[in-house]
Design a protein around this ligand. Structure first.
Ligand SMILES: *Cc1c(COP(=O)(O)O)cnc(C)c1O
Length: 389
């Protein structure tokens, strides 16, 4: 029997906003035999994953587990566990994912105060202070790496600010974890979630979360049970903890894959990995600038795993992406939300952040733009090579 065409996709180079390229050993982990979710052999996998996740999040929190679902399920998990109807939440909004956090909080019947900032810029802590006034809050929410705009949020001072107002600090680290420095405990973060398909270099399907001791206490003293049975961390914790009580069937093979992904990250070393992401991003930025393209996010706030590039006047941006895919098997992203049609988003995430991919992307983009009459100002590859030299 032949394998249907639908199941023989061409391998792509994934330089979009996620999913990112998955290393071979992780794909092999997915193909391991499926075993039972209470099999003693599997319990060892779970213990390893919790320990490695703590190392990657830089936390000692016992409540550190991958939840079943993509990054948004981690967002929802943190919200539904920590919020009760009427709770006040302060949410920073400078892109699609801050907007999504506010929406999820509202659906938990929380009262949301938005701190709006320019898309493509980091948020200013002073704007949080102004919006908060003298009020107290249950949660202060902020996105560390806004994948929709390419802005990296400096989190200095955020935990002190949140804690002074009686709030827990909740951070979206979907695109930052494994790609830029992230220090849960040192930065005083109470709730964090990430996703496997960005800088962790795994397929989509799991969302690691971690709760601080104060966040766990907040969960324990709730007035009413968590409204989502599936995402209730007090129940999920009984499966991941010593009790091993069945809650829902863990996605066994995805967890094998996450185990391998975390192992690769710790083998490379977090500092080396972060430097790799930064150097390759700087090479990409140098190349794009040499082409005469504009990077709207200021240098100091630019996110190494995800670069936003302004589409030059007169260029059909979708045709460029289609050409890259067709002729180079190369995927880059278009703009999201209000930035649709105006920008490209180029991801250098996890395994995909390497010299070969940057070189391919610059060469392919130069050719696709030339096909529409846009000539590069200077030599993009020479500019990128100068960064690696
Ligand atoms: C991708 C992403 C999400 C959502 O993750 P999904 O896996 O698509 O559910 C949330 N926040 C940020 C910053 C992201 O980049």
């Amino acid at each position: 029997m032949t394998i249907p065409a639908a199941l023989t996709p061409k391998p792509r180079v994934l330089l979009g906003p996620g999913p990112s390229d998955v290393p071979h050993s992780i794909l092999q982990a997915l193909a391991l035999p499926t075993i039972g979710h209470l099999d003693p052999a599997f319990l060892a996998v779970m213990d390893d994953i919790r320990a490695m996740l703590r190392d990657v999040f830089k936390t000692g929190n016992p409540t550190t587990v991958p939840t079943s679902g993509t990054g948004s399920s981690g967002m929802e998990t943190c919200m539904v566990n920590l919020l009760e109807p009427g709770d006040r939440v302060l949410v920073g909004i400078n892109g699609v994912f801050g907007t999504r956090m506010a929406e999820v909080a509202r659906r938990c019947s929380a009262s949301v105060t938005a701190v709006e900032g320019a898309w493509g810029r980091a948020l200013d802590l002073n704007d949080f202070k102004k919006a908060a006034g003298a009020s107290r809050f249950k949660l202060v929410c902020v996105v560390h790496a806004e994948t929709s705009t390419g802005a990296l949020q400096n989190l200095d001072g955020f935990s002190g600010f949140a804690h002074d107002r009686g709030a827990l600090l909740m951070v979206d680290a979907v695109t930052s974890l494994g790609g830029v420095p992230f220090e849960m405990d040192a930065w005083g973060i109470d709730a964090v979630y990430s996703g496997t398909q960005k800088c962790l270099a795994c397929p989509p399907g799991l969302s690691p979360v971690s709760l601080s001791e104060n966040a766990v206490t907040t969960l324990q003293v709730r007035n009413a049970p968590v409204q989502s049975w599936y995402l209730d961390l007090s129940l999920i914790g009984q499966y991941w903890g010593t009790e091993r009580v069945y809650h829902h069937t863990a996605p066994i093979n995805m967890l094998f894959a996450l185990h391998e992904a975390l192992r690769l990250i710790l083998e490379e070393g977090l500092d080396v990995r972060h430097r790799r992401h930064r150097t390759n991003a700087e090479a990409l930025w140098a190349g794009l600038t040499a082409m005469g393209l504009t990077l709207p996010v200021p240098d100091a706030e630019r996110l190494p795993p995800l670069t936003v590039v302004q589409v030059p006047d007169g260029i059909d941006e979708a045709a460029v992406r289609a050409q890259l895919l067709k002729e180079y098997n190369l995927e880059i992203g278009g703009g999201l939300g209000p930035m649709q049609g105006k920008v490209w988003r180029i991801g250098l995430m996890g395994h995909g952040s390497n010299r070969k991919n940057v070189t391919l992307c610059l060469a392919a983009l130069t050719a696709a733009l030339r096909a529409q009459g846009h000539t590069a100002k200077d030599d993009p590859l020479a500019a990128a090579n100068a960064v690696w030299a």
